[in-house]
Design a protein around this ligand. Structure first.
Ligand code: HEM
Length: 538
């Protein structure tokens, strides 16, 4: 084979971030020539003009001019930390993923984020939070790219540009910078009633976490797990914070946004520097892999639905400890690139149409954001497993590949490395049957119920949580200019709960409409109000 000359174990920890940039006692050019003066440009006499031949001036200014890379199109505002994941071995029956084995330690990098605000926006705005984890496993990198809310706004990835266009600031005024307090957001969620579930989570205290350390995380989609025997199960991933789930009061969130826009970033950094390492348990809800991919009547491929924990308890499978802050924000937090397609043996995707679209989107956007196809060679993105791929050349290629042309089988290049491989450690796509079905652009009927789980969420809240939700809808809708949008959203609230609707209507000074469909009969879920319950007393 033609081994990749990249350091296979080129982990961010073993590569000092200063490796190329800050060696030796002297200041030099980028090419290592020692500098005499970096404070004055080369001029024709003390009064100028500056000479074009001043290479040091041009190098210094040119590099500065290109310091910024595009911010992420969503989740631009974030903060990261390194840590360790330790498997409990309790997932052995359902997944052969090596990092879940008992006592196995794996390095991780986590990036927390808001979704809608730009890179410089405030931390404590009402929004969903990203919770993306890169596990540098021996079997390749596994990325769990989740949120702090277990459902999503849309059921099909083709709607993602639409929901984000609606949620981002108005194109003419660029306001609001980071909140769901405007016409296009409420226009979208009232016209696309599948968004009502995610929206009520946003309007609840979950939309204003106290700290990243006190947030749950969710993989949202259902994944397919495979064990040693090749048996499959469906599963949802959960992160449960050891500190429990805590939120800010809305007034606190607003004050913090002004007084300390870096509130969450500072909190995470300070906690880790002080040795108060935040911890989460990774948990799994496991379901039988039946042909209809439903559980208790819930379509597991619908990303706007949860499975209540009373029906499928979350089982702890490992522990995450964040114990090291980044050395360099740009090199680590900014350049990290997550992708749902970064899977390891034992974990596979399902046909959830949102998940399927995400598999395309992240790689595509990173080609622009990180300028070319070689961003897996950036230190923070390098796998901690040996790399021997057939990818060659391209912008920012760091490896010096040897051997003849990379194609397989190849009789000139020492044989076929696949034959030498122990296939039991390779990733195998689960041969799920794809039904003979017509090509269509429509959702299954099992995606049609947009209200019963929203009502379940509302019913599960305590009185004070309900009060917060009413106040949040009233505040955010109160920022809309268009009355027709407020009225349409009130109609959606009527279909969730009459009390919720009438309280918000009163706050807005508008009449409360009647429901347009029968209210779902749901039992309140204990799990939604009592969170962070996995942790046993140590
Ligand atoms: C970024 C989560 C749906 C496109 C992110 C990030 C998270 C996330 C956590 C930030 C990653 C980081 O910290 O660097 C989710 C979740 C989703 C979802 C949980 C639904 C369950 C989608 C969909 C699309 C999409 C449907 C597109 C079809 C993107 C893009 C980025 C992003 C383009 C920026 C990535 C980058 O620049 O590196 N998402 N997302 N997301 N997401 Fe999603």
């Amino acid at each position: 084979g033609t081994p990749d000359t990249r350091t296979p174990t080129g982990a961010p920890t073993d590569v000092p971030p200063t490796a190329k940039g800050q060696q030796g006692a002297f200041l030099t050019t980028a090419n290592g020539a020692r500098l005499r003066d970096t404070d004055h440009s080369l001029k024709a006499g003390p009064r100028g003009p500056i000479l074009l031949q001043d290479h040091h001036f041009r190098e210094k200014i040119t590099h500065f001019d290109h310091e910024r890379i595009p911010e992420r199109v969503v989740h631009a505002r974030g903060t990261g930390a390194h840590g360790t994941f330790t498997g409990y071995g309790t997932a052995e029956g359902v997944s052969r993923a090596g990092f879940l084995a008992k006592g196995k330690e794996t390095q991780v990098f986590v990036r927390f984020s808001t979704v809608l605000g730009s890179r410089g926006s405030a931390d404590t705005v009402r929004d969903t939070r990203g919770f993306a984890t890169k596990f540098y496993t021996d079997e390749g990198t596994f990325d769990l790219v989740g949120n702090n809310i277990p459902v999503f706004f849309i059921q099909d990835a083709i709607k993602f540009p639409d929901v984000i266009h609606a949620g981002k600031p108005h194109p003419d005024r660029e306001i609001p910078q980071a909140q769901s307090a405007h016409d296009t957001f409420w226009d979208f969620v009232s016209l696309h009633t599948e968004a009502q579930h995610h929206t009520i989570w946003n309007m609840s205290d979950r939309g204003i976490p106290r700290s990243y350390r006190t947030m749950e995380g969710f993989g949202v989609h259902t994944f397919r797990l495979v064990n040693e025997a090749g048996e499959t199960a469906l599963a949802k991933f959960h992160w449960k914070p050891k500190l429990g789930v805590h939120s800010l009061e809305w007034e606190e969130a607003q004050i913090a946004a002004g007084v300390d826009p870096d509130f969450h970033r500072r909190d995470l950094y300070d906690a880790i520097e002080a040795g108060a390492y935040p911890e989460w348990e990774l948990g799994l809800q496991v379901f039988p892999d039946t042909p209809d991919e439903t559980f208790a009547g819930i379509d597991l491929l619908d990303p706007t639905k949860i499975v209540p924990e009373e029906l499928a308890p979350v089982q702890a499978v490992g522990k995450l400890v964040l114990n090291r802050t980044p050395t360099n924000f740009f090199a680590e937090t900014e350049q990290v690139a997550f992708h749902l397609g970064n899977l390891v043996p034992g974990i596979d995707v399902t046909n959830d149409p949102l998940l399927q679209g995400r598999l395309f989107s992240y790689l595509d956007t990173q080609l622009t954001r990180l300028a070319g196809p070689n961003f897996s060679q950036i230190p923070i993105n390098r796998p901690h497993a040996p790399v021997n791929d057939m990818l060659r050349d391209g912008f920012h290629q760091q490896a010096v590949h040897a051997g003849v042309a990379p194609y397989r089988p190849n009789s000139l290049d020492g044989g076929n490395p696949f034959e030498a491989d122990d296939a039991s450690h390779a990733f195998l796509d689960v041969p799920v049957v794809v039904a003979a079905a017509p090509k269509i652009r429509e959702n299954p009927a099992s995606f049609d119920d947009h209200y019963s789980q929203v009502r379940l969420f509302w019913q599960s809240m305590t009185p004070v949580e309900k009060e917060h939700i009413i106040r949040a809808y009233t505040f955010e809708l109160g920022k809309c200019y268009e009355q027709v949008i407020k009225e349409r959203q009130l109609q959606c609230l009527a279909n969730i709960d009459p009390v919720l609707c009438s309280e918000v209507a009163t706050g807005l000074g508008l009449p409360a409409p009647s429901p347009t469909q029968p209210l779902a009969e749901v039992e309140p879920s204990a799990a939604l109000s009592q969170v962070g319950q996995l942790w046993p007393a140590d």
